[in-house]
Design a protein around this ligand. Structure first.
Ligand SMILES: Nc1nc2c(c(=O)[nH]1)N[C@H]1C(S)=C(S)[C@@H](COP(=O)(O)OP(=O)(O)OC[C@H]3O[C@@H](n4cnc5c(=O)[nH]c(N)nc54)[C@H](O)[C@@H]3O)O[C@H]1N2
Ligand SMILES: Nc1nc2c(c(=O)[nH]1)N[C@H]1C(S)=C(S)[C@@H](COP(=O)(O)OP(=O)(O)OC[C@H]3O[C@@H](n4cnc5c(=O)[nH]c(N)nc54)[C@H](O)[C@@H]3O)O[C@H]1N2
Ligand code: SF4
Ligand SMILES: [Mo]
Length: 727
C-alpha cells in the first residue's frame, strides 16, 4: 500500500515538475484536521507571498491526497479579513458585536493588558485570570501556553478546546491502556488489517484522505464495520452498518462483547497474561443478549451477531473510534467498552491489529500532552502529583510550591465566570461562542467578564466579546511541530513572513511575560525551536516523552512517533509490541461498564433524538472556512437532516424551513430530506454562528471523568413554520 499509485498521479507529478521560474515550494502540512496532509505551499519569490498549493506525493501518510478544505487552506494567509494590527475596544456597550474597536499599537495593547491583569489580580487574587487555549496551535505554542498561565500569570485556571474534542478518548484510552498515544498503530497498517471497525466516525467527510486506506481493506477481502445512526458514505459500503440510536454505544459494545465470549472468539491466553478484569466484565455482559441490546440500541439482533462474528474471526482487526462515541456523558465509558473488544480478542500490541481514536484537530494529540489542560503538565504529567510538579518546576526554574494547583475544565470555566470567581479570560485559538454547548449561556457569561483578551487572525464570533484582540499568524507564517492522528511528530514550515503586524502566539506570550515582570522565565526563548527544545526537556521522563525528537530527525525520518526517549531512538510507530501496558503490573484493563442512558432522552414534549457533527466543506466553528469562497459556495448554510417518513408525519418537505427546538433554545433550519438517517433522529452540522448555531440547542451535560459535553445526543422537536417553501 505504501507504493499505492493512483493512475492519475503521473499526470499530476508531471505538472509538479514543470519549472515555474518565480516560484518556490515550501513542504508543510495542512492547517486543519489531524490527518495533517502533506502539502507544498507555492510561494512567489518576487513578492514572497503564498500563491497556491500542491499535494505532496512523497508524504507517506497521505500520498498526495487532499480534501476541499486542504486545497483552499492557503487562501487564509493573505485573506482581506486578516487582522493586521491589535484592536482595543473603546465602547464596552458594544461587546458581542464587530463594532466599537479601534486599531492600536502592540505597545498600547500590551500596556493595557498588563495594567488590567495586574489590577484584577491585586483586587481579586491570582486565580481571577483564566486562559483558554486550542489545539490548532503547534506543540511549541500549546506547551508555552501552559507555562504562560502557570508561570507568567500564576493562575490555576487554564483549559483548552480539546475538552470538547479529544478529552473522552484521552481519558478512556488512559484508563484502559495506561497511556494515550491516540492510536496504537500507524495509519499505514490500516489497509493490511482483516477487519476495520469504525465507531462514531464520519470518516469520508472528516478524515477524507484516509479513505483510500479504508477501501483497501475491503479490496483485499477484509471487512468493514461501521457504527453510526446515519448512513454516512463510509457506512454505505460497510459489510455491517450498526445504525444505533444516538447515545446507546455502551449497550452495543457490551452486546458485541457478549457474543464474542459466547461464540468463543476470545484470546484466552492473551486475556490471562496481559489483562485484568475479564471475569467481572464477562459477568456484566451476560445480560446483553442480542435481543436486549437490540431493545436499547434499535439495531437488529442479526446485525449485532454478524459484526461480532466478523470482528471475532478476523486474524487481525483494527478498531477506531471518533467523536460519535466520545461526545456523550458516558464518552469515557464508551471508549473503554470498545477497547474491551480489542483486549478480549487480543487485537492489540502487534502490527495490523490495534485500537485508536481518530484525532480531530490538527494538533489534537500533541496539544493535549504538554500541559495546556487544567490537570496536566508537560509530558502527560499530572499537576496533582508532587513528583511531577517537582520535575517540571525544575525545568521552568520555579519552586514546586509556586506551581498553581488543578483548575477546572473548559465548560466549567464559564460557570466560574458567571459566579465572578474568574474575572478575565485570555482566549487563544478557539471560538467557544460557536463551539461550546448552550451558546446563549456562553454569550451571556462572556459579556459580563471584566476584561477579555483574544488572539486570532480573523475576528471570530468570540473575539467580538474581546476588550483587546491580538492579531496572530496563520499556520503558514510560523514554524513548529504538530503530532498527527497516528502520534507522529511532524514539522510545519514557514512559507511567508507574518502579514501586517501579526505575531505568533509564542512570541506574544514571551513579550507579555516580560512586561508582567516574569521575563527571567521566558526571555531565553528566542525562536520556536528554543521552545521545542525546552518542551523536550520538560517532557523527558513523562509518559509522552519527546526528549529524543528533534526537528532534524523529523525531517530525516518523515516524522517521529513518540515515545522517543533518546537521541538515537527512532521512535515508536507500534505501541505495546512487548505487550507491556502502562500499569504497575503491565496488564491492560478490561472494564465492566453498566449501561446508562443519555442525559436527556426523548419524551412526549421532545420526541426526537438530535445529534450534531460536520460536513466536509467546513471546519469546526467555521471562522476559517466560512471565509473561503469555494467552501461557502459548496455549503452556504446549515440544515437539518430528516428521514422522509418523519417529514411526512410533520408535513414538511425538502428545503422547507422548520423550527427545531430543545430545552435550551430554538433555531430555524432548512430541511434536508434523506433516507440516510434513523427515523427517530435529526442531524445538524454545527459550523455556523449566532441564530444558526447548533449549540443553541445542545445539552451541556458533562461526562463526569472527561468533562466532555454531550454534543451527540439530546431530545428535540421540530415544527412546521407558517410560511411554505423558501426559494
Ligand atoms: N470536514 C471536516 N473535517 C473535520 C472537522 C470538521 O469540522 N470538518 N473537524 C475535525 C475534528 S476537530 C474532529 S473532532 C473530527 C470529528 O470527526 P468525526 O467524529 O468523524 O465527526 P462528527 O461529525 O462529529 O461525528 C461522527 C459521526 O458520529 C455519528 N454519531 C452521532 N451520534 C452518535 C452516537 O451516539 N453513536 C455513534 N456511534 N455515532 C454517532 C454522527 O452521525 C457522525 O456521522 O473531524 C475532524 N475533521
Ligand atoms: N454541537 C457541536 N459542537 C461541537 C462539536 C460537535 O461535534 N457538535 N465538536 C467539538 C469539537 S470536536 C471541537 S474540536 C470544537 C472546536 O471548537 P473551536 O475551538 O471553537 O474551533 P475552531 O473553529 O478551530 O476555533 C479556532 C479559532 O482559533 C483561530 N486559530 C486557528 N489557528 C490559530 C492559532 O495558531 N492561534 C490563534 N490564536 N488562533 C488560531 C481560528 O481562526 C478560530 O477562530 O468544537 C466542539 N463543538
Ligand atoms: S483531510 Fe484534513 S489535513 Fe487533509 S487536506 Fe483535508 S482538512 Fe487538511
Ligand atoms: Mo474536534
Amino acid at each position: 500500500m505504501d507504493n499505492y499509485k493512483n493512475p492519475r498521479d503521473n499526470f499530476f507529478k508531471e505538472i509538479e515538475n514543470i519549472n515555474h521560474p518565480d516560484e518556490t515550494l515550501v513542504p508543510t502540512h495542512c492547517s486543519y484536521c489531524a490527518m495533517q496532509c502533506g502539502m507544498n505551499l507555492r510561494v512567489n519569490t518576487k513578492t514572497n507571498k503564498i500563491i497556491g498549493v500542491e499535494p505532496r506525493y512523497d508524504w507517506p501518510v497521505t500520498l498526495g491526497k487532499m480534501c476541499p478544505k486542504g486545497v483552499t487552506a492557503y487562501q487564509q494567509t493573505n485573506h482581506p479579513d486578516r487582522l493586521l494590527k491589535p484592536l482595543i475596544r473603546d465602547d464596552a456597550s458594544l461587546k458581542g458585536t464587530k463594532k466599537g474597536f479601534r486599531e492600536a499599537s502592540w505597545e498600547e495593547a500590551y500596556d493595557l493588558i498588563v495594567k488590567k491583569f495586574k489590577q484584577l489580580q491585586a483586587d481579586y487574587g491570582k486565580d481571577s485570570l483564566s486562559v483558554y487555549g486550542g489545539v490548532s496551535m503547534t506543540n511549541e505554542k500549546c506547551y508555552l501556553n501552559g507555562k504562560f498561565a502557570r508561570v507568567a500569570l500564576q493562575t490555576k485556571y487554564l483549559d483548552y478546546n480539546g475538552r470538547f474534542c479529544m478529552a473522552s478518548a484521552a481519558s478512556g484510552i488512559n484508563r484502559s491502556l495506561g497511556i494515550d498515544r491516540g492510536s496504537t498503530v500507524p495509519w499505514t497498517d490500516i489497509p493490511e488489517t482483516d477487519c476495520l471497525f469504525l465507531a462514531g466516525s464520519n470518516t469520508a467527510d472528516c478524515h477524507p484522505t484516509m479513505m483510500f486506506r479504508v477501501w483497501a481493506v475491503q479490496e483485499r477481502g477484509g471487512y468493514l464495520i461501521v457504527v453510526d445512526p446515519r448512513e454516512t458514505p463510509v457506512a454505505r459500503r460497510a459489510d455491517v452498518h450498526l445504525d444505533l440510536r444516538p447515545g446507546t454505544d455502551l449497550a452495543l459494545a457490551n452486546g458485541i462483547l457478549h457474543i464474542l465470549i459466547k461464540n468463543g472468539h476470545t484470546d484466552d491466553d492473551f486475556v490471562k497474561k496481559h489483562t485484568n478484569g475479564f471475569e467481572e466484565t464477562k459477568e456484566l455482559v451476560k445480560q446483553f443478549t442480542p435481543e436486549y441490546t437490540s431493545q436499547i440500541t434499535g439495531v437488529a439482533p442479526e446485525k449485532i451477531i454478524k459484526a461480532a462474528e466478523l470482528y471475532g474471526k478476523a486474524p487481525n482487526a483494527i478498531l477506531l473510534f471518533a467523536r460519535g462515541i466520545e461526545q456523550q456523558v458516558k464518552g469515557v465509558d464508551n471508549v473503554s467498552a470498545y477497547i474491551n473488544l480489542a483486549l478480549v480478542t487480543g487485537n492489540i500490541g502487534r502490527p495490523k491489529a490495534g485500537v485508536g481514536t481518530i484525532t480531530g484537530q490538527g494538533n489534537g494529540q500533541g496539544g493535549r500532552e504538554h500541559g495546556q489542560k487544567a490537570d496536566a503538565l508537560p509530558g502527560y504529567r499530572k499537576i496533582t502529583d508532587p513528583e511531577h510538579v517537582k520535575e517540571v518546576a525544575k525545568v521552568w526554574g520555579i519552586e514546586p510550591e509556586e506551581m498553581p494547583g488543578e483548575g477546572v475544565s473548559a465548560f466549567e470555566l464559564f460557570g466560574l465566570m458567571e459566579k465572578k470567581v474568574i474575572r478575565s479570560m485570555y482566549l487563544l485559538c478557539s471560538n467557544p461562542v460557536v463551539s461550546a454547548p448552550d451558546s446563549n449561556y456562553v454569550r451571556k457569561v462572556l459579556k459580563q467578564l471584566d476584561f477579555m483578551v483574544v488572539s486570532d487572525f480573523f475576528l471570530s464570533e468570540s473575539a467580538e466579546y474581546g476588550d483587546v484582540v491580538l492579531p496572530t499568524t496563520t499556520w503558514s507564517e510560523d514554524e513548529g511541530t504538530t503530532t498527527n492522528v497516528e502520534g507522529r511528530v511532524i514539522k510545519i514550515n514557514r512559507a511567508q513572513m507574518p502579514l501586517g503586524e501579526s505575531k505568533p502566539d509564542w512570541l506574544i506570550q514571551v513579550e507579555l511575560a516580560e512586561r508582567l515582570g516574569r521575563g527571567k522565565y521566558f526571555s531565553h526563548l528566542k525562536t520556536s525551536e528554543d521552545v521545542f527544545n525546552e518542551l523536550r526537556l520538560a517532557s523527558k521522563g513523562g509518559k509522552a516523552d519527546y526528549y529524543g525528537v528533534t526537528w532534524e530527525k523529523i525531517k530525516k525520518q518523515d516524522g517521529v512517533f513518540w515515545p522517543c526517549t533518546k537521541e538515537e531512538d527512532p521512535g515508536t510507530p507500534h505501541m505495546f509490541l512487548d505487550k507491556k501496558f502502562y500499569f504497575p503490573d503491565g496488564k491492560a484493563k478490561i472494564l465492566a461498564l453498566p449501561y446508562v442512558p443519555a442525559a436527556e432522552e426523548p419524551d412526549e414534549e421532545f420526541p426526537l433524538h438530535l445529534t450534531t457533527g460536520r460536513v466536509v466543506y467546513h471546519y469546526l466553528s467555521g471562522n476559517q472556512t466560512r471565509r473561503i469562497q469555494f467552501l461557502k459556495d459548496m455549503c452556504p448554510e446549515p440544515f437539518v437532516e430528516v428521514h422522509p417518513e418523519t417529514a411526512k408525519k410533520y408535513d414538511i418537505e425538502h428545503e422547507e424551513r422548520v423550527r427545531l427546538f430543545t430545552r435550551r433554545g430554538e433555531v430555524i433550519y432548512k430541511v434536508k430530506l434523506t433516507e440516510a438517517i434513523r427515523k427517530d433522529t435529526l442531524f445538524v452540522p454545527y459550523h455556523w454562528d449566532f441564530e444558526q448555531a447548533a449549540n443553541i440547542l445542545t445539552n451541556p451535560a458533562l461526562d463526569p471523568i472527561s468533562k466532555m459535553p454531550e454534543f451527540k445526543a439530546c431530545a428535540a422537536q421540530i415544527e412546521k413554520l407558517e410560511m411554505k417553501k423558501v426559494q
